[in-house]
Design a protein around this ligand. Structure first.
Ligand SMILES: *[C@@H]1O[C@H](CO)[C@@H](O)[C@H](O)[C@H]1NC(C)=O
Ligand SMILES: *[C@@H]1O[C@H](CO)[C@@H](O)[C@H](O)[C@H]1NC(C)=O
Ligand SMILES: *[C@@H]1O[C@H](CO)[C@@H](O)[C@H](O)[C@H]1NC(C)=O
Ligand SMILES: *[C@@H]1O[C@H](CO)[C@@H](O)[C@H](O)[C@H]1NC(C)=O
Ligand SMILES: *[C@@H]1O[C@H](CO)[C@@H](O)[C@H](O)[C@H]1NC(C)=O
Ligand SMILES: *[C@@H]1O[C@H](CO)[C@@H](O)[C@H](O)[C@H]1NC(C)=O
Ligand SMILES: *[C@@H]1O[C@H](CO)[C@@H](O)[C@H](O)[C@H]1NC(C)=O
Ligand SMILES: *[C@@H]1O[C@H](CO)[C@@H](O)[C@H](O)[C@H]1NC(C)=O
Ligand SMILES: *[C@@H]1O[C@H](CO)[C@@H](O)[C@H](O)[C@H]1NC(C)=O
Ligand SMILES: *[C@@H]1O[C@H](CO)[C@@H](O)[C@H](O)[C@H]1NC(C)=O
Length: 763
């Protein structure tokens, strides 16, 4: 049979056309079958600004190489190109070198003043130095105050060519921010960039300057290099067109004539109001995609106050740009690429039906107190809707004997008591050294006349406040309200915490144990309910009383940090407890906000059939060790899969629940993994002189810590309280050292080895 070459050719051409059409068809025509709503349908890219600049000095070798050592989608290396006196390029985050290098110490007379884009700037500029002078003598330092300076002086300034060829990143992005300035100094960014592109693959070139992008357009026509137009603030004026970036955004047809993508500040897409709450998203991504432009977003960072809608969870923010059900940006530019890579590799397109069977319990701490005031109806409702398995009531007694749920026995912490009941303020050293307004000095009716107050434990001095629009929202709950609420909702259990039982019995005539047992009984929580009841206390005599009278699960809370448990103390613990709740610092010990070691606490307790819960988890980055990358999900992962805790006691149940459902949860079945840290991994490369002195190790838990005298009987009469003095809030502990000094340069290979994901975590 004769082959019909003509027909075959036609068929082949048609097939090719069809495939090309498929590859280029706009998202709307195939959205039902596509996973990602990016322009191409491919996963969005993660772009690491200056490498992992949230942790290491911007544009240092460590910063560029570190993310490649993790088992996550690797980020593209972003280099802000600056030109030197001799027309060479270096990667440095800003025109001014004094913020990001130690140049002031090296070239003390190098300070100059120049006009840049109409603004007068004084400092050290790359155009006054040769590349030799910069690369050989100047080292990079952390320019951002909230970040650790422990890696300063570990790396020198890098030539663009070095970054483009030596790092293992899957892509290379050059950003040209100040072409005009360099041109004024007779340095041609255009020639430089073109010469670089002849030596290596440059995947992206971005600039806020239409003239620059147009000038290189012809050279890159038909090449794989994507030209991306970077938008600045809406009011800033683009020099060539003399139009604001805001108005150019309405003229994407024009942008398409010289660029294949746009890079916009993240609030172009999800704007926020003046209180930092998100408003509905704009149409920027949709409009760009319609125009055939890719849309990238910039400004992502874990260690800044995020919009309150994200509850201090930077992963939630990333997901809102890439997996919101309506659109996905084509890439995010971030200082913390780990978080964005987790979002792409493990947390997008999660099946909400994922089974949480056998996974650690998510236990609320005063409800979802990261979002609403402690122990209010709203905080409990939020905890349930955010996926808490267990909700908690920290029982306090009112003067008239009503058990209520409240975070603190001192009403000043969670209520407006200090403005209306300051005359009830007393100092009771059995409870605390400072004066307080105690729940047992006010009646339930008086407490109900107060307003709840949301606590912001991370806010001192740095503005990390929680949910300001909801500061005083919600209603206080009695224990019996709480128990009713618990039964009405599908949760697997409730946790009742009891403190100061001995004081309340002896000095106030309030029998909290019997009160709680009666309330549980009245609410129908007998011992074999479908919902588990847990009783938690730091007082073993309280727990022993419950052990004798009920069959509830007994949780012993270890008040202070420990580094281990003495054998004899374990025997005592086993006598009354089913589980032990420990501080975070009992599982990992820290040195200057870095992780020094992991303890054997969980292992020891597990060997003795005791469950371990860790408290208290909070999302704000100031609570996180640097090893966790200012990412609460990384912390959770390390407590869950690094040390194997059985429960997380958290103020942000949603973050914990979202973690339990991630598609990388089972490391052995997953292509990607959330990073497991290696204790001392970062400390080993940190500069010791930038760290505070190491703390003495925490003590072991010993018998006298566990054994308490038996509870006193409940006194018959209630003595009246005496007025006391005002109190002063304690000050927060200093975070990290402020010293700067030179450290030794450790080999990168060593660092990468330490972080290799094949290493088994030293539980
Ligand atoms: C696909 O996109 C079109 C246009 O954007 C929209 O009307 C339609 O509902 C989408 N279909 C699905 C299944 O998402
Ligand atoms: C650089 O230093 C100047 C002056 O100290 C400061 O105003 C500016 O905010 C710094 N820039 C950065 C990016 O840290
Ligand atoms: C800087 O480096 C150059 C070339 O390596 C060297 O000749 C010069 O002495 C160095 N200058 C300073 C101030 O260290
Ligand atoms: C740039 O070159 C021009 C022409 O050669 C010269 O007139 C001008 O002074 C130079 N400018 C600078 C800043 O060196
Ligand atoms: C878009 O911008 C170009 C360049 O500034 C201008 O010539 C054109 O008129 C603009 N188009 C619209 C619709 O604003
Ligand atoms: C740029 O636009 C502004 C206002 O639109 C106008 O006043 C100014 O003269 C323009 N500048 C140039 C160089 O065209
Ligand atoms: C952000 O939170 C505020 C306050 O809860 C809410 O009114 C607003 O709708 C939220 N924004 C988005 C985009 O969900
Ligand atoms: C989740 O479960 C519901 C109810 O069983 C089912 O209708 C839905 O399709 C499931 N979703 C996924 C993504 O599997
Ligand atoms: C304390 O203050 C409350 C509210 O202002 C008031 O009702 C009460 O009478 C005061 N009690 C005393 C003992 O002064
Ligand atoms: C992961 O999957 C394997 C194989 O199915 C299973 O044996 C193991 O228990 C799972 N691990 C976790 C943590 O779920």
């Amino acid at each position: 049979m004769k082959i019909q070459w003509g027909r075959l050719l036609v068929l082949l051409v048609a097939l090719q056309l069809a495939m090309a059409a498929l590859a280029q068809s706009p998202p709307s025509s195939r959205n039902s079958t596509r996973i990602w709503r990016t322009l191409t349908g491919n996963a969005p890219v993660v772009i690491a600004r200056g490498g992992f600049s949230g942790l290491f000095p911007d544009s240092s070798t460590f910063a560029f190489d570190f993310p490649n050592s993790l088992n996550l989608p690797r980020p593209i290396s972003w280099c802000d190109v600056q030109l030197t006196k001799d027309g060479k390029g270096v990667c440095l985050p800003s025109l001014l070198l004094d913020n990001c290098t130690n140049i002031q110490e090296i070239y003390q007379t190098g300070k100059k003043t120049y006009t840049v884009n109409g603004e007068i700037l004084t400092g050290w500029f790359s155009i006054d130095f040769t590349i030799e002078q910069l690369v050989n003598n100047v080292t990079l330092i952390q320019g951002i105050f909230t970040r650790t300076n422990a890696f300063d002086a570990t790396g020198s300034i890098l030539p663009v060519e070095y970054v483009g060829t030596q790092t293992q990143a899957p892509g290379f992005w050059l950003n040209i921010q100040h072409d005009i300035f360099f041109r004024q100094h007779n340095l041609s960014m255009r020639s430089y960039v073109i010469s670089v592109s002849r030596q290596m693959v440059v995947d992206y070139i971005s600039s806020p300057d239409v003239a620059f992008l147009s000038s290189i357009g012809a050279r890159f026509k038909g090449s794989k290099t994507k030209l991306v137009f970077r938008f600045l603030e809406v009011d800033a004026v683009e020099p060539l067109t003399n139009q604001s970036y805001g108005s150019l955004l309405k003229n994407l047809t024009f942008v398409k004539t010289f660029a294949s993508g746009i890079l916009v500040p993240k609030d172009y897409i999800w704007p926020t109001n003046s209180d930092n709450y998100l408003e509905p998203h704009s149409a920027v991504v949709r409009d760009a995609h319609k125009e055939g432009l890719e849309a990238y977003a910039y400004g992502f960072s874990n260690d800044v106050p995020l919009s309150h809608n994200y509850s201090y969870d930077p992963l939630a923010e990333c997901l809102n740009y890439i997996d919101n059900g309506e659109f996905s940006v084509d890439g995010v530019l971030t200082d913390f690429p780990v978080t964005a890579s987790e979002a792409v590799g493990c947390f997008s397109h999660v099946n909400p039906n994922t089974s949480d069977k056998g996974k650690p319990l998510v236990i609320s701490h005063n409800g979802a107190s990261g979002i609403y005031a402690d122990s209010t109806d709203l905080a409990y409702r939020q905890a349930v809707s955010d996926g808490a398995d267990v909700i908690d009531c920290n029982v306090q007694m009112t003067k008239d004997g009503t058990p209520i749920c409240l975070g603190s026995i001192d009403l000043q912490a969670d209520t407006t008591a200090s403005s209306s009941f300051i005359n009830r303020s007393t100092t009771i050293t059995d409870i605390q050294m400072t004066a307080g307004i105690f729940s047992f000095d006010l009646s339930w009716a008086e407490i109900q006349s107060l307003q709840p107050v949301i606590q912001s434990p991370a806010s001192r001095g740095n503005g990390l406040i929680r949910n300001p629009a909801y500061v005083n929202q919600g209603k206080f709950m009695t224990l019996s309200d709480f128990l009713t609420f618990g039964k009405e909702n599908s949760i697997s259990g409730i946790l009742i915490r009891i403190e100061y039982a001995a004081y309340l019995a002896e000095k106030r005539g309030l029998g909290v144990i019997d009160t709680v047992i009666t309330a549980l009984h009245d609410a129908g929580y007998d011992n074999q309910m479908r919902q588990q009841v847990m009783i938690q206390s730091t007082d073993s005599s309280v727990l022993t009383a419950f052990k004798q009278k009920t069959k509830y699960k007994i949780v012993y809370e270890v008040e202070n940090a420990i580094s281990g448990v003495q054998n004899m103390a374990i025997d005592d613990l086993k006598g009354f407890a089913d589980a032990v709740a420990v501080r975070r610092s009992s599982l990992f010990s820290f040195h200057g906000s870095f992780i020094e070691a992991s303890t054997n606490v969980v292992k020891t307790l597990h060997l003795n059939n005791l469950d371990v819960y860790v408290f208290v988890l909070r999302n704000e980055f100031t609570f996180l060790a640097f090893d966790f990358f200012a990412d609460p999900t990384v912390e959770i992962h390390n407590y869950v899969q690094g040390v194997n805790v059985d429960g997380l006691i958290t103020e942000f149940p949603r973050t914990a629940r979202s973690y339990m459902r991630n598609t990388c949860y089972n490391a052995s079945k997953s292509k990607y993994n959330v990073p497991l840290i290696v204790p001392r991994g970062l400390l080993q490369v940190a500069d010791p002189s930038a760290l505070p002195p190491a703390d003495a190790p925490a003590p072991l838990l010993k018998v006298p810590d566990v054994v308490e005298p038996p509870l006193p009987p409940v006194a018959a009469k209630v003595p009246s309280s005496s007025p006391g003095t005002g109190s002063a809030p304690g000050s927060s502990p200093a975070n990290n050292g402020q010293m700067r000094a030179c450290g030794t340069l450790l080999s990168l290979a060593f660092l990468l080895l330490l972080w290799s994901t094949s290493l088994v975590f030293l539980g």
